[in-house]
Design a protein. Structure first.
Length: 102
């Protein structure tokens, strides 16, 4: 029995579950957006804050899509993308605390 290219190009199921788990914080994005928009961040100009707010969901989707398709050939790069995404989530939590503290 010959495996097709489609079967060999997909990552293992456990990695797909990790990708799904790392995408779940995106469901809370509307709350994050509403919370950040109600405050004025003193040390960050409005243009930068708009970019952060609008680029976050695009970055999460792009990062997960890239990790899914490159896992078989470049496992380390897929894990690096997941690590950077985790750091972005930590930055968002810090940003919420920073904005609320002012």
């Amino acid at each position: 029995m010959i495996k097709s290219d489609k079967d060999t190009s997909r990552p293992p199921h456990w990695f797909s579950v990790i990708l799904l788990f790392m995408s779940l914080p995106l469901l809370g994005y509307p709350l994050f957006w509403a919370y950040i928009r109600q405050y004025e961040v003193v040390s960050v100009n409005d243009g930068m804050m708009k970019f952060i707010l609008y680029a976050l969901p695009v970055y999460v989707v792009a990062s997960q899509w890239m990790s899914y398709w490159i896992y078989r050939e470049r496992k380390s790069l897929a894990w690096i993308l997941q690590g950077v995404l985790l750091m972005v989530y930590i930055f968002c939590v810090w940003l919420v605390y920073y904005v609320g503290a002012q």
